[in-house]
Design a binder for this molecule. Sequence first.
Ligand SMILES: C[S@@+](CC[C@H](N)C(=O)[O-])C[C@H]1O[C@@H](n2cnc3c(N)ncnc32)[C@H](O)[C@@H]1O
Length: 231
Amino acid sequence: MKKNSRDTRLKVRVKTAKKRSLSSTLWLQRQLNDPYVARAKREGYRSRAAYKLIEIDDKFRFLKPGAKVVDLGAAPGGWSQIAAKRIGAQEGQGGKGRVVAIDILDMDKIPGVDFMVIDFLDPHAPGILKEKLGGLADVVLSDMAANATGHRQTDHIKIMGLVEVAAEFAKDVLAPGGAFVSKVLQGGTENELLAALKRDFAAVKHVKPAASRADSSELYVVATGFRKSPS
Ligand SMILES: C[S@@+](CC[C@H](N)C(=O)[O-])C[C@H]1O[C@@H](n2cnc3c(N)ncnc32)[C@H](O)[C@@H]1O
C-alpha cells in the first residue's frame, strides 16, 4: 500500500491498559496498523511472515512442485502454508512434495505438513528430521528466532548460533542442487559461515523482503545450487 502525505487511512491507537506494559501496547498498536497483518488475515495465512517467503521464492524459485522441504522454527505456520502450496503437498494435489516442520511451540495442523514439537538444538532433532524425511531434502528453510533478551550482542550470538547449526544440518540433508534459506541478522552472515556457504553452494545472496520490518535487523541468506561433497 502506498503512503502519501494525504494518507487518510485511520490509524488505530491503543490506550495503555493498567496491566499492559508499554512495549506490549506498542507491539499491539503496530500489529493493528500493519498492512501485512491485515492481508494475512484476509488471505488465510497464519502469519505476516508468509509474505517474506513468497517474495524470496518469487525471486529465487526453489519451491518446486514435488520438492521435499524442511521448515525449522515453523510456528505459527505461514512459511509451511506457502511451502505446502507451492510444492503441491496439500491433500488432493497428488504430488510427491512434502513439508517436515518443527518448532518448540505447538501449532495447528496444516494439510500436507508433517509437524513436530522439537527443539532444533536437541541433539536428537537432526536424526528425527532425517527419519521423517525418509531421504534427502530439496530445501531447508529456517525462520528460527530465539526470544530476544534486549541485549544486542547476546541476541546476535543466539541467532547466529541457530543459523550455524541449521547450515550444518542443511549440508547433511540437502540433495545436490538444493537450497538453504535462513533468517540472519544485519551485517549478514558471519564471515566464516559465509565462506563455508560459498564453498558448498553455487550462489549465496542476502535479501531483505519488503514484509521484513524496516526497523528490524533481520535479513535472509539464500544459498542455492548445493554441491554435495562425496562422502
Ligand atoms: C519468526 S517465528 C517463525 C514464523 C514462521 N516462519 C511463520 O511463517 O509463521 C520464529 C520461530 O522460531 C522458533 N524457534 C526458536 N528457537 C527454536 C529452536 N531452538 N527450535 C525450534 N524452533 C525454534 C520460535 O518458537 C518461533 O516460533
